[in-house]
Write a protein that binds this ligand. Sequence first.
Ligand SMILES: Cc1cc2nc3c(=O)[nH]c(=O)nc-3n(C[C@H](O)[C@H](O)[C@H](O)COP(=O)(O)OP(=O)(O)OC[C@H]3O[C@@H](n4cnc5c(N)ncnc54)[C@H](O)[C@@H]3O)c2cc1C
Length: 396
Amino acid sequence: MRLKKDVIIIGAGAAGMMCAMEAGKRGRSVLLLDHATKLAEKIRISGGGRCNFTNRHTTPANFLSHNPHFCRSALARFTPQHFTALVERHGIRYHEKKLGQLFCDGSSQQIIDMLRRECNQAKVQWQMPCRVTNINRPSARGVGFMLETDVAEFETESLVIATGGLSIPQIGSSSLGYRIAEQFGISVTPLRAGLVPLIFARDQLAQLSELPGVALDAEVSCNTGRFRENLLVTHRGLSGPATLQISSYWKPGSPIHINLLPGLDAKAWLLEQRRSRALLSNVLAQHLPRRFAKAWIDSIKGEQDVAMHHYDDHSLNKIAAQLHDWQIKPEGTAGYKKAEVTLGGVDTRELSSRTMEVRKVPGLFFIGEVVDVTGHLGGFNFQWAWASGHAAGQFA
Ligand SMILES: Cc1cc2nc3c(=O)[nH]c(=O)nc-3n(C[C@H](O)[C@H](O)[C@H](O)COP(=O)(O)OP(=O)(O)OC[C@H]3O[C@@H](n4cnc5c(N)ncnc54)[C@H](O)[C@@H]3O)c2cc1C
């Protein structure tokens, strides 16, 4: 038997549920299917279990894409205020942690329950777990889609792909969305792990071997990205918000530049203390974690940790320059197993920015992380999932 629906959405994550409830509210019959047994695991583990569900300061500049303007329209029509109003209507308490990042006071499960309730009110039907085995265009006119699954066969006018990215395969990410794009001749921009810890080569790790767990406030830059946040030394390299942010801008072979003393004129500060009998590491420890200061000096070629009055101006200038621009060439990233997002995806030139519909395949939509729009850390990725899901939900 073949079941007919107006809209079928593959992927019951953040974008898929938002799209389903919006299409359902318009009176469309909607089926939301997912291969997972547990609903919306990415939302559940997000924000350390509290879901950083949006960012008050969202602008298109918070997103990476081969077409930076693509996200504008959807973001303008469904804003952080719209999502926050929904959260408030459901009585979910939340707080701003920092930099506009909004988190649940309780747990991310509240966001999942809210979306599930909204979908149920909009009479959305669920099918999970459900594995899609084949998709094709049933009619000679090329309208609508036929889906073969391990549960039943389905027919639909509108097919929305909301299968997310490749990160955290342990909880059910898959490449299905990209494969569907390929099947319909839709281009996909190169994929890579983003918002991910950076890994160092063995010799660099040896210099930092005493430091795992040390955190510091730093400004990190690479290519066109620049972020000031916490940097965390790990036993494999660097992590923490500043590292995750810059990882999305890093390309193999590029160095990352770390300003260890942002907001301070290191040269003037060190020169003021050049007659001091204190060790350089003790002076640096006024602004840096002591353990880090010592290891950092040892890592600089030709420098030793001696009393300040032993340094000449030339050496202090050199040290100051390195404090403001410590360069490291990571060997790689920790990969999709540890990444929060996948950079790249369905090429936005293939999609309408108003509807998320594929221009050359009417009735086919792509939303959320599977699209080549990736947010910075801080609630932006969910805001894109809500906004793109909302946009498609008005037209699917
Ligand atoms: C550890 C972690 C923490 C994060 N924290 C935050 C945060 O606090 N704030 C933030 O903004 N972003 C965060 N993110 C990113 C955010 O979770 C994603 O960008 C967002 O979930 C993307 O929404 P989506 O609906 O496109 O995809 P997902 O939410 O990943 O949903 C995709 C759905 O598709 C289903 N699916 C996949 N393949 C198939 C298939 N073959 N058949 C059927 N169904 C399939 C999956 O089971 C899943 O339910 C975090 C990510 C991770 C990994």
